[in-house]
Design a protein around this ligand. Structure first.
Ligand SMILES: NC(=O)c1ccc[n+]([C@@H]2O[C@H](COP(=O)([O-])OP(=O)(O)OC[C@H]3O[C@@H](n4cnc5c(N)ncnc54)[C@H](OP(=O)(O)O)[C@@H]3O)[C@@H](O)[C@H]2O)c1
Length: 330
């Protein structure tokens, strides 16, 4: 495979709305020790990309300043010390940044083979959500078969993945979503019940079920005290974002009396080693779920790379269901 010196990419020209995304020509990066260069076919679009574009989520040191946290494509070059991959291998990968480009670098052990039966387009939408969901609901939240699991934002990229992984683990899944149509998508994906949060109160809806053993939340704000009320004794709350804000006055007495746990994490700033450990667990536990048809990415829409601003408008409006993907090249 011949690798050019320069490539087309999408850059964030300044912090702001989606229109600050613009095409640019930049040098193709060169893989260092332990890294691979991927010729990107598709890149997944995630809410953290929109936060980065708006100036609210800076890339870690050493990461590409270009947006894009996941992609699929073919290995174009390998750095010293890489043994698993060869040039031409089809992969999907978690990226530290730089996915909205014709070529992207990542650590070799943050890449995974394309699961059998999954297209390159769909595979591009797996890494960011699978890494986030697995590490938060299983490695951090300790979800077990038979437990009651409440997922907020059930039709988000994260939510649609979390519903399917939790069902495959044998958990009882409940979700919230912003419309009846979205709630129907959640139950079709395997949720036992979905609550339209514009009309229903999830705290009282979960009461007849005895509360939730685990909650995955991205909303924060007023949801924090309501989540605590919803947790069953010994329940766990895992926070992965604060769409409505991280600050609230809270009475922590219930944590002690009912032995609750509040935790959370964000994927991008974690060490390469931590991400490699998550990747290994995903290959061992989640890829077999895909192989047996228990997990499939839910795709909302596809845009060509030069329409990245339209993709960001789409993710920032309530209409979308599941993942948005950019087609970079054949
Ligand atoms: N911690 C991490 O490492 C990590 C990694 C990836 C993503 N995330 C976070 O996870 C969330 C989902 O990411 P994504 O890429 O899947 O984005 P997404 O598809 O845009 O999902 C956002 C979801 O939030 C829901 N939502 C927005 N405002 C809400 C509100 N006021 N009340 C209730 N629900 C609300 C929306 O559902 P409705 O339309 O039904 O309201 C939507 O489904 C984002 O907040 C993102 O920042 C965290």
């Amino acid at each position: 495979m011949t690798v050019p010196h320069a490539m087309l990419a999408i850059e964030i020209t300044q912090p702001g709305p989606p229109d600050v995304l613009a095409p640019c020509s930049v040098p193709v990066p060169v893989p260092k020790h332990g890294q691979i260069l991927i010729r990107v076919a598709y890149a997944g679009v995630n809410r953290p990309d929109a936060l980065q574009r708006a100036g609210a989520y800076n890339p870690p040191a050493n990461a590409s300043p270009l947006p894009g946290l996941e992609c699929s494509g073919h290995v174009a070059a390998i750095g010293p010390g890489v043994t698993r991959w060869a040039v031409g291998d089809a992969v999907c990968a978690l990226l530290p940044g730089g996915g909205y480009a014709e070529y992207a670098l990542t650590a070799a052990d943050h890449a995974l083979p394309i699961p059998d039966g999954i297209s390159l387009r769909d595979a591009a939408c797996l890494p960011e959500t699978c890494f986030t969901v697995w590490s938060n609901i299983v490695m951090r939240g300790g979800l077990r078969a038979g437990e009651k699991f409440l997922i907020h934002g059930g039709t988000s990229g994260i939510g649609t993945t979390a519903i399917q992984i939790a069902r495959a683990l044998g958990a009882r899944v409940f979700t919230t979503a912003g419309s009846d149509k979205k709630c129907a998508v959640c139950t079709d994906l395997g949720a036992e019940a979905a609550f339209n949060y514009t009309e229903q109160d999830f705290v009282s809806e979960m009461k007849p079920h005895g509360g939730a053993d685990l909650i995955l939340d991205m909303v924060g704000g007023s949801y924090l005290p309501r989540n605590i009320k919803t947790l069953a004794d010994d329940g766990r709350l895992v926070q992965i974002a604060f769409l409505t804000g991280p600050k609230i006055e809270l009475n922590f007495a219930e944590l002690m009396v009912r032995r609750l746990t509040i935790t959370g994490s964000t994927l991008r700033p974690q060490s390469d080693l931590a991400k490699a450990r998550i990747a290994a667990q995903i290959e061992q536990h989640v890829w077999p779920m895909i192989a047996r048809g228990a997990l499939k990415p839910v795709i909302d829409s596809e845009y060509p790379l030069d329409q990245a601003p339209a993709a960001h408008w789409r993710i920032e409006t309530p209409g979308h269901i599941g993942k948005i993907v950019l087609k970079i090249q054949d």
